[in-house]
Write a protein that binds this ligand. Structure first.
Ligand code: UD1
Length: 419
């Protein structure tokens, strides 16, 4: 298992380019299953979760061609299986995103039920219930979701809870259903909007993307398109926090400040200077220590749970005390114990982390437990005294493209140790 070794204490300074968003690329690759012509997807990040998705589509018999610009062309004309095996679903929960498209276009899907995960129980009941409301015959047996439908029917769905992949799954399924589907309490995340944009380019009729009500008029078929994935707002935010924590200057390019309003607001509250342009953001924290801030995570446009761990790391070296409440996932504080091992003063009370900032963390061997928790440990390593060894970084490789190269480009002393 690869590890990262980070020698802390370097003030980051430089520019980096942000990759395409993992959480848009995954549903968009699943959405290609709806099209009866090839779909090309560009700005796909080079990540382990993408490889897993390609493996998943490949196993079904779908044709995949990657060109020299790393666009992926997906051709579903050769599909012969409608199946997502446990071996792949257990490594990537987003595999559930093939359920809606397979069912809508081919009338059948067998998808392994994702198990528990490091950040909470994460059920998929809303995906299943929504599809059942659209007329699917669904049975959960032997750890698999067995779904059948002649043709899905439009339905009025009111989601009990805001769910990102749940909204995407149901929206994708509704594009080929008979009649109109209304999804209320839909997720408003920019990635949901990007999936809708791609589906519309394929010929779908969708209104309301980016609001909490989606209206989808089913069509007979969807065709080919070329889609360019939007930038990764969580990767963007992570590098901005890296700049802020190290008292450095970091400019992130090929991103979109409009998608990060809640995150930028928190950096401003931390008294970090920010400059923005159409597609770039610069954090300038030279000679400065951030102020601790209070945060409450919630669905978009509120503060993203996927940035919670990184800001917990920031608060641990900030001036003063800060309170971070996690409301989206029940158990998303696995990084706290590891940060404590690096000297952080954090008290956990249920879903609230109260941090008293200290000047400097101290290096320790730490273990990554999930994707964003791992990012927070890398950030902590950047400001810790000594060499921090982050183990189990396959979690990071699932969601951050070449993290050690990008950080090294900003001056960090970081290297990967193969193991
Ligand atoms: C997506 C993101 C993930 C992010 C999360 C919240 C992808 C591939 N992943 O995950 O990075 O952290 O949104 O922004 O886009 N829930 C139910 N029943 C369901 C579905 C969800 O109870 O059927 C609950 C979950 O347990 C959780 C909450 O709803 O408490 C939100 O989860 P959800 O938005 O579905 O997360 P994901 O789509 O899995």
């Amino acid at each position: 298992m690869d590890k990262l070794i980070i020698t802390g204490g370097v003030t980051l300074d430089g520019d980096i380019r942000i990759s395409g968003a993992k959480n848009a690329a995954l549903p968009i690759l699943a959405a290609t299953l709806l099209a009866d012509e090839p779909v090309t997807v560009g700005n796909i990040p080079h990540l382990h979760d993408i490889t897993t998705t390609m493996e998943l589509l490949g196993q079904m018999g779908v044709g995949l061609v990657v060109d020299e610009k790393l666009n992926i062309e997906v051709d579903t004309s050769t599909i012969e299986k409608f199946y997502a095996p446990y071996e792949l679903v257990k490594t990537m929960r987003a595999s559930i995103l093939v359920l809606g498209p397979l069912l809508a276009r081919f009338g059948r899907a067998e998808v392994s039920l994702p198990g528990g995960c490091a950040i909470g129980s994460r059920p998929v009941n809303l995906h299943i219930e929504g599809l059942a409301r659209m007329g699917a015959d669904i049975e959960v047996k032997n750890g698999f979701i067995h779904a059948r439908a002649k043709r899905l029917k439009g339905a009025h769905l009111v989601l009990d809870q805001v769910t990102v992949t749940g909204t995407e799954n149901l929206m994708m399924a509704a594009t080929l259903a008979e009649g109109t589907t209304i999804i209320e309490n839909a997720a408003r995340e920019p990635e949901v909007v990007d999936v809708a944009r791609c589906l519309i380019a394929m010929g779908a009729h969708i209104e309301g993307a980016g609001t909490d009500t989606l209206i989808i008029e089913g069509v007979q078929r969807l065709g080919g398109t070329h889609h360019y994935v939007l930038p990764d707002r969580i990767e963007t935010g992570t590098y901005l926090v890296a700049g802020a924590m190290t008292g450095g200057r970091v400019k992130v390019k090929d991103t979109n400040p409009a998608m990060l309003e809640s995150v930028l607001e928190k950096l401003e509250q931390a008294e970090i200077k920010l400059n923005t342009g159409d597609d770039w953001i610069e954090v300038d924290a030279r000679g400065q220590r951030p102020q601790a801030i209070d945060i409450r995570t919630a669905p978009y446009p509120a503060f993203p749970t996927d940035m919670q761990a990184q800001f917990t790391a920031l608060n641990s070296v900030a001036e003063g005390s800060g309170m971070i409440s996690e409301t989206v996932f029940e158990n998303r504080f696995m990084h706290v114990q590891e940060l404590q091992r690096m000297g952080a003063d954090i008290k956990l009370e249920g879903n609230v982390a109260i941090t008293q900032g200290i000047k400097r963390l101290t290096a320790a061997p730490v273990m990554a437990t999930d994707l964003r928790a791992s990012a927070s440990l890398v950030l902590a390593g950047l400001v810790a005294e000594g060499d921090t060894l982050v183990d189990r970084i396959y979690h990071i490789d699932r969601g951050y493209e070449r993290i050690e190269e990008k950080l090294a480009q900003l001056g960090a002393r970081i290297h990967r140790v193969p193991g």
